[in-house]
Design a protein around this ligand. Sequence first.
Ligand SMILES: Nc1nc2c(ncn2[C@@H]2O[C@H](COP(=O)(O)OP(=O)(O)O)[C@@H](O)[C@H]2O)c(=O)[nH]1
Ligand SMILES: [Mg+2]
Length: 252
Amino acid sequence: MTITSVSMTLVVPMYNEERRVGDCALPLINFVENWSSDSRLIFVDDGSSDATVEKLNVIIDESGSKRVSVLRRPHEGKGSALRSGLLRADTELAGFCDLDLATPLGELQRLFATSYSHDALVIGSRSHADAQLLRRESKKRELAGRAFNRFVQMLLCPGIRDTQCGAKVAPSRIWHRILLDSQENGFAWDVEVIAAALWAGIRVLEMGVRWSHDERSKVNVSRDGVSMVLAVMKLKSRQLTRGRSRVVAAGP
Ligand SMILES: Nc1nc2c(ncn2[C@@H]2O[C@H](COP(=O)(O)OP(=O)(O)O)[C@@H](O)[C@H]2O)c(=O)[nH]1
Ligand SMILES: [Mg+2]
């Protein structure tokens, strides 16, 4: 059996991507076309104010694919976009990747295969010994990423060395379970879902991937870094509150 005979949903978040969508949409469509016939590709547009959706619709029409949908939503953030896409998955497996294909599609396929064979949330990692960084981020971004990870490991996700790589896969059943309680709309959403999985006793596997940074990133280290740190603190306080109610519910 090959992994592509399994059904999957691939979610791709987009925000003002008119410059990149032309290069990346067709490889994504072709990738999903190669999987079982009930597989789906969902582009979630997070209220782009440029021509992202118009350009994407032309590419989808030209491809002739019947597996692709575009979900348009008001601008709320990457986490909110991913949650709404993944909650629509009714296939065996579901996952997401960044539009710029920073994690190549071959690597994504490995994540799908491992998730299926291990019934786990499988997360791509740039900090695992097996990772291969083809084009690295700037020193400043790498340092900020490392500091953020130390903080996240201390508070919520011990042992997870990279929560932020934009490629994660799980059986849809697992996504539905860990997204039940999800509230984080921004870039800290990845931390929220990993922490929720660990909390629920779901297996989380970190897999080194080949990865390539695209300079046209929209993530701003200073602006987004501060809001991510604040979001992680909020997640921790929610977890502490839930921990207390768990103890009370268990009773003496
Ligand atoms: N829904 C949503 N997606 C976003 C937002 N910002 C970035 N993205 C998407 O998230 C993915 C990664 O963004 P990118 O700018 O490459 O950031 P990087 O993580 O620094 O490489 C791409 O698919 C973007 O379109 C946002 O505010 N909302
Ligand atoms: Mg990128």
